[in-house]
Design a protein around this ligand. Structure first.
Ligand code: ATP
Length: 236
């Protein structure tokens, strides 16, 4: 059974439909990537799963539950967390305070502390900077913080919206290494990326979204070989 299943999802902003009936599924333990140009609808897909935008039609099932029956804060409790595009860390709060916000659904102090320690192991830089204001972190550090904050809820499914955006190649590599590590430790990943090469290299499965429709899907390796993908997303 798929951990996440999207069927025939239609989403509109006002009177403009931007997702025209997309379907996709993510099995437990997979890394699935969603590729597409600016404006294709990738973020809208993630926001629909997080219940921050309301679909006009279609179904979203997570872990056997109809997500459309839940509010966004409850979706976190079911095991879905999102690291948003542009990081959206709270600049005038410390690193640790930002992380703690991600655990708003976790009631046990012991679990919170253990998760925090695990995140500091994963991102030693965040431990060094735990008392620093998030607004003073570098772009790469803010990305780590946004991922760490999402992980504080101990999600089954972690959704990452363009984690490599604006980062130097060495940092991109680090972020992708961490995504793989997290996946090996058992977290299922739904990854939205413009960096197709890096994303396809780690993905079990990939979907290509173009103006609100899925136009291609396959294994990461299949799509990396596809002429269409090479031409549009891998620079020829
Ligand atoms: P990007 O990489 O640029 O974020 P994307 O693939 O994530 O692109 P979306 O952000 O999902 O694309 O946007 C899909 C379409 O919906 C675009 O045409 C965009 O202009 C439009 N859109 C997104 N958010 C809104 C909004 N709040 N109101 C109106 N239109 C929106």
């Amino acid at each position: 059974m798929a951990l996440l299943e999207i069927e025939n999802l239609h989403v509109s902003y006002g009177s403009v439909e931007v997702l025209h009936g997309i379907s996709l599924h993510v099995d437990e333990g997979e890394i699935v990537t969603l590729l597409g140009a600016n404006g294709a609808g990738k973020s809208t897909t993630l926001l629909s799963i997080s219940r921050l935008v309301n679909p006009r039609e279609g179904r979203i099932t997570f872990d056997g539950k109809n997500l459309l029956d839940y509010e966004s804060y409850q979706v976190v409790g079911l095991g879905v967390a999102q690291s948003p595009e542009g990081r959206r860390v709270f600049g005038t709060m410390t690193v640790q305070e930002n992380l703690m916000l991600g655990a708003f659904q976790v009631h046990s102090e012991t679990i919170k502390q253990n998760t925090l320690e695990w995140i500091f192991q994963l991102f030693p830089r965040l431990l060094e900077r735990r008392s620093q204001m998030a607004g003073t972190l570098s772009g790469g550090e803010q990305q780590m913080l946004a991922m760490g904050r999402a992980l504080m809820s101990n999600p089954k499914l972690l959704m990452l919206d363009e984690p490599s955006m604006g980062l130097a190649p060495i940092l991109v590599e680090q972020i992708f290494d961490i995504i793989e590590k997290l996946n090996e430790a058992g977290t299922t990943i739904l990854l939205v990326e413009q960096n197709a090469q890096a994303a396809l290299a780690i993905a079990d499965k990939a979907y290509v979204l173009e103006t609100g429709k899925i136009i291609l899907s396959g294994t990461g390796a299949e799509l990396a070989r596809s002429e269409q993908v090479k031409k549009a997303y891998l620079g020829g």
